[in-house]
Ligand binder design. Structure first.
Ligand code: ATP
Ligand code: MG
Length: 238
């Protein structure tokens, strides 16, 4: 492998819920220090793509190559150990535990993200370590979920609509955070509805429609592609 090889390479990913063939061939690459977005209207297959990669679908086929090695079919636990982390839409924090406890139980020895780095990266959490996580605002809970994912030591971070329903000030914080993560060399796959967020942080974009990738390109190409946007994305995106 050279340093320009993708750390995660997805090829012809297919996924089923029961008999329903939801993912019909998704392919994309992401490299270290690169942030790509998955765009698409409701029900397009974005969450299913992340769930398939993470070993959370009842049935999935295709190739998910992590550092060149097929990992599709591995358990979520093994995938997490390899360095894949998913931040799902429902936040999955322990509301009755404090912020510190939520962070502490996520720590894995091999992670380069120490508690000290997390405190530095998330000042809003640092000031509230003894607060019950359930008492945090929605935006703070979102930060906590991402902080927990970082403490597991990911090489690839999969984020499912982290800015959805968040106040503009939190969206700005998340954008700043994504930039820091990229600078740190993390590979990020971001499912995102907010076009401004996508264009300001992403290197490349992939549009999912009907369970397949129907378009890919960089931010300039996306900005010039009105027809693509109207065909595959809902108007709320623009
Ligand atoms: N648990 C499930 N069982 C059966 N079908 C499902 C299930 N979850 C999702 N689907 C279907 O799979 C398709 C893709 O859904 P998915 O959640 O991946 O879309 P999405 O792109 O993430 O949409 P959104 O933007 O609304 O989050 C949809 O047709 C949806 O109805
Ligand atoms: Mg979704």
């Amino acid at each position: 492998m050279t340093h320009s090889d993708p750390i995660l390479s997805v090829r012809d990913l297919q996924g089923w819920y029961g008999k329903s063939h939801v993912l019909q061939g998704v392919s994309f690459d992401v490299r270290d220090g690169e942030l790509i977005t998955l765009l698409g209207r409701n029900g397009a297959g974005k969450t299913t793509t992340l769930r398939s990669i993470m070993g959370l679908m009842p049935r999935a086929e295709g190739v998910v190559a992590f550092e060149g090695r097929q990992v599709l079919g591995q358990t979520p636990h093994v995938l997490a150990q390899l360095g894949l982390a998913l931040v799902p839409e429902n936040r999955g924090i322990f509301g009755g535990l404090t912020v510190f406890e939520n962070l502490n139980i996520a720590i894995r020895g091999e992670s380069s993200w120490t508690m000290a780095r997390i405190r530095d990266l998330f000042p809003e959490l640092n000031g509230r370590m003894k607060t019950a996580a359930g008492k945090l605002s929605g935006g703070e809970q979102q930060m906590l979920t991402i902080a927990r994912a970082l403490l597991t030591g990911p090489r690839v971070l999969l984020l499912d609509e982290p800015t959805e329903g968040r106040a503009p000030v939190i969206v700005e914080r998340l954008v700043e955070l994504f930039r820091r993560l990229k600078q740190d060399g993390l590979a990020v796959v971001l499912v995102e509805h907010n076009f401004d967020v996508c264009r300001s942080v992403a290197d490349r974009h992939y549009i999912v429609d009907g369970g397949e990738i129907v378009w890919s390109g960089d931010s300039d190409e996306l900005a010039r592609s009105d027809s693509v946007i109207s065909r595959h994305l809902s108007l709320e995106n623009v």
